[in-house]
Design a binder for this molecule. Structure first.
Ligand SMILES: Nc1ncnc2c1ncn2[C@@H]1O[C@H](COP(=O)(O)OP(=O)(O)OP(=O)(O)O)[C@@H](O)[C@H]1O
Length: 484
């Protein structure tokens, strides 16, 4: 694959920088000190995790930056074929797909030996003749990007110098990540080029582009297809809408994506253009959107492995103030740092305070919170994964999707509550589900500092119907017991 088209124009880089700084959220960035501990806070630290939860594009980018291999899963797959009589089957090897030799070479060069679960089921459908439309849902890190990139590269004809595949991404940075996968997988196609339809990438009006694959954000893609006419939609063979859940959480993109798809029905997009939509989650809004965008779809859903509390021993510690909680944590510290621990706080402010206090006590801790730049967060997670810090203080930003296998202790410095102050059972499960994975034993300690939080704890206990035992952190024998 030619590399010149990958170089970004200067104004495009500026747009990226601008866009990135939006992702970074705050003007004042916090920096880990040499120990990875972070001590600085800013006015925005008051904000709760609600905002962090909403920042799905940042979370998705973070997942991509920290994930170097496939998420291991033994999940159930549900495949709904448009035509149940068609002989579409699942494959166990890439050879069975009869890929073009350069593409198979590309797949192996990436180190892929066999298809992932979603790829096993989606690839035969996507590579069928005639091309099939597909809506696919599978958790982050299960190989969706690689799957649709393979589908685009199978259909593209590099000798034809015009756009044939169009891929929509929610943000510039996510488009860039997908671009990297296309670059790697397509590296044995010397003629293949990729164009980024992103804000700031200005072309001459009326110019037609020669790159065979266009990847971009909805607004710019829409302009390139309709107003500016850089792309001739009649020639598009594959249309991919990636990260549909992030797309619709990002204001405006839902409409634009539908408009792009609807712009084609002015019969600009050929009837046989293959439509592919991918999402990590499938709440109602995503499903409705998917059905609007993809006509006559085949549907593949991969159910996430249920997290259970069966292998996790749960305790609570009774305190009367935040300082007492801190003292209790210090008493426990030796016991919890036998392995690795994650400590969850409700706000960024508390997380920063706690990390600073623990550092003052001489403990080496890392802090991860939503106000850090995505790249900084990825670096902190990487260090923690490598065991450079044994304790990670965080907010809900880290509660989902991040697998740190060696974590065996989770401390809820603050119990998880929703915006109305009610117990957030789902977050509790996600937080303490970080430990006790793959049948290993885990330990969760909940800090209670008021009648209200005791009430929350009782409701969580009732919800999961699992006993949470009291732990006296002044009693050394008890601490020794849990450590063992
Ligand atoms: N068949 C495979 N064998 C080995 N590794 C794979 C395979 N398919 C994908 N991977 C790797 O697994 C990681 C996750 O894959 P990918 O990015 O395609 O997942 P995803 O489902 O698109 O994730 P997200 O929802 O975050 O976009 C990547 O590092 C990718 O290179």
């Amino acid at each position: 694959m030619a590399t010149d088209s990958w170089a970004l124009a200067v104004d495009e880089q500026e747009a990226a920088a601008e866009s990135l700084s939006n992702l970074h959220l705050k003007e004042e960035k916090i920096k880990p000190d040499t120990n990875g501990a972070v001590v600085k806070t800013n006015a925005n630290a008051e904000k709760t995790d609600e905002e962090e939860k909403e920042d799905r594009a940042a979370q998705s980018l973070l997942n991509k930056l920290i994930r170097s291999n496939l998420v291991d899963n033994t999940n159930q797959v549900e495949v709904l074929q448009r035509d149940p009589n068609s002989p579409l089957y699942s494959v166990k090897s890439f050879e069975e797909l009869r890929l073009k030799p350069q593409l198979l070479q590309g797949v192996y060069a990436m180190g892929f030996n066999r298809p992932s679960k979603i790829q096993e089921n989606a690839l035969p459908l996507m590579l069928a003749e005639p091309p099939q439309n597909l809506i696919a849902q599978s958790q982050s890190g299960t190989g969706k990007t690689a799957a649709f990139v393979l589908a685009m590269l199978s259909q593209v004809e590099p000798a034809n110098k015009y756009p044939q595949c169009l891929c929509l991404s929610p943000t510039y940075e996510l488009a860039l990540q997908t671009g990297k996968v296309i670059e790697q997988m397509g590296k044995f196609y010397p003629e293949l080029k990729l164009a980024y339809a992103v804000r700031g990438n200005k072309l001459e009006r009326g110019q037609k582009i020669s790159e065979q694959i266009v990847i971009g954000t909805p607004g710019t893609v829409l302009d390139w297809c309709s107003k500016l006419k850089f792309i001739d939609p009649k020639k598009i063979k594959v249309f991919v809408l990636d990260e549909a859940d992030v797309m619709i959480a990002t204001q405006g993109h839902q409409d634009q994506s539908i408009r792009i798809q609807r712009a084609f029905p002015c019969r600009m997009l050929p009837r046989n253009c293959q439509m592919l939509l991918f999402s990590a989650t499938f709440e109602d809004s995503v499903w409705k959107f998917a059905q609007k965008v993809v006509p006559d779809p085949n549907v593949i859903k991969l159910k996430r492995e249920e997290e259970t509390l069966d292998t996790i021993k749960q305790y609570y510690v009774l305190c009367s103030s935040r300082d007492e909680k801190f003292q209790a944590l210090c008493n426990l510290y030796g016991a919890i740092t036998i392995a690795q621990a994650m400590i969850f706080c409700h706000t960024r402010k508390t997380a920063s305070w706690l990390a600073a206090e623990l550092s003052k006590e001489g403990h080496q801790v890392a802090l991860l919170s939503g106000e850090m730049m995505v790249e900084q967060r990825a670096a902190v997670i990487e260090r923690f994964r490598e065991g450079k810090e044994k304790v990670l203080v965080t907010t809900n930003v880290c509660a989902r999707g991040i697998d740190v296998e060696q974590v065996s202790v989770v401390i809820n410095f603050d119990l998880p509550v929703d915006k109305d102050g009610n117990p957030d059972n789902e977050t509790y499960l996600h937080r303490i589900g970080r430990t006790g994975r793959f049948g290993k034993r885990g330990l969760a300690v909940n800090m209670v500092d008021s009648k209200h939080s005791m009430n929350i704890l009782n409701r969580i206990q009732e919800h999961f119907n699992k006993k949470i035992e009291r732990l006296d952190t002044d009693d050394l024998d008890e601490i020794e017991k849990i450590a063992n």
